[in-house]
Design a protein around this ligand. Structure first.
Ligand code: TXA
Ligand code: MG
Length: 339
């Protein structure tokens, strides 16, 4: 298949919309990461996403809408908590798991009776949703197991020849995937941390939000992931990454003591000047949003350097950094050393 790689002018947005209406899949920018979109009401179209990504069928997709009226038929009801969250954070990087409606293709939901809905803020995906009239099922546009794409070039690197069109809408400003919250059970549960923080969710809801077990550590043997995506070893780079938890001086001493491994450093901005090893800086220390913007770019850059030993500085575990920590421990296959 020939992949059209194009900018987001009006004609290209119309062509993307037409492909989607015809049951095709298209690579599109959102404010978080790039996605591969299909008409969420068309099961055959949605199946093509799984084939293109090599994604396990039991991992459900997020459905993207442009306005609240599109919820009709996608969810069986809009619970009060969803209304509070939508008013506070939509359009934006928040996915809300709600009771599933009749019109969502079964292929989106992996047999669950719930569906994840998100109203993105990126003007290009919003324009395509409006032009097509379709709610769009869209996972991140990477091959299953590689880092989520934050530029259209990243999508092309993974997906060239696997879909008919990729629309370039510039760099994704958030850089990690949306926050996912379930409001189905008795208490709201954070299933995936993102730019919208736990503290912000609790403030909007006026109640405690439980952090799902798989977010900050590995699932124990036999433990069931509440969000199917959490059970996979995501974002796996070629290098062997180990996270070192401690001060910069402790980090530097540890890496120097392991010089014989020819390590590379995944460190904070500016620290490369104080380390005499190959370094990739993944953002400012203490600035979770800056780290989120850079993280997947850096993991892709690491992959280009091939395999080898990498020691990573440890981000904070709370606030906007929780999303970064959550992605990085997966990239590191949960290897964290306390210094
Ligand atoms: O920012 C994002 O959310 C991006 C852009 C493209 O919008 N999309 C994205 O999709 O990250 P994906 O498929 O890579 O991640 C969706 C996550 C998975 O971890 C999946 O298991 C979870 O959401 N999920 C989807 N539907 C669910 C449901 N009904 N119940 C529980 N978890 C669900
Ligand atoms: Mg993904």
């Amino acid at each position: 298949m020939n992949t059209i790689f194009c900018n987001a002018d009006t004609a290209n947005i119309e062509q993307a919309a037409q492909l989607l209406r015809q049951g095709e899949i298209v690579g599109l920018p959102t404010e978080t990461v790039y996605g591969i979109a299909a008409d969420a009401r068309n099961g055959e179209a949605v199946s093509k996403i799984f084939v293109a990504k090599g994604r396990p069928q039991d991992n459900p997709l997020i459905v993207h809408i442009a306005d609240m009226s599109m919820l009709d038929g996608l969810v069986s009801k809009v619970p009060e908590r969803a209304q509070l969250l939508a008013a506070a954070f939509w359009p934006g990087p928040l996915t809300i798991i709600m009771p599933r409606g009749k019109e969502v293709a079964a292929e989106c939901c992996a047999g669950l009776d719930s569906v994840g809905i998100r109203m993105p803020s990126h003007p290009v995906v919003r324009a395509v949703i409006q032009a097509s009239g379709c709610a769009l099922a869209a996972p991140s546009a990477n091959l299953s197991g590689s880092p989520s794409p934050t530029t259209a070039r990243d999508v092309l690197a993974d997906m060239d020849g696997r879909l008919p069109m990729i629309v370039d809408g510039g760099d994704c400003q958030v850089g990690v995937e949306s926050t996912v919250i379930s409001i189905i059970g008795e208490h709201p549960v954070l299933l995936r941390p993102g730019h919208i923080t736990l503290e912000q969710l609790e403030a909007a809801l006026g109640e405690e939000v439980i952090i799902s077990g798989a977010i900050l550590e590995k699932l124990k043997d036999g433990e069931v992931a509440r969000s199917p995506g959490m059970k996979y070893k995501h974002y796996a780079p070629k290098a062997d990454i180990t996270i070192l938890k401690g001060s910069f001086d402790q980090y530097k001493a540890y890496v120097e003591a392991h010089r014989d491994e020819n390590p590379a450093c995944l460190c904070f901005t500016g620290e490369d000047e104080k380390l005499d090893f190959p370094c990739i800086c993944y953002g400012k220390e203490g600035d979770g949003n800056d780290q989120a913007f850079h993280l997947f770019r850096c993991l892709r850059a690491l992959d280009e350097q091939g395999d080898g030993v990498v020691y990573a500085r440890c981000p904070a575990v709370d606030g906007a950094s929780m999303a970064v920590y959550n992605r990085l421990i997966r990239a590191a296959a949960f290897r964290v050393i306390e210094l």
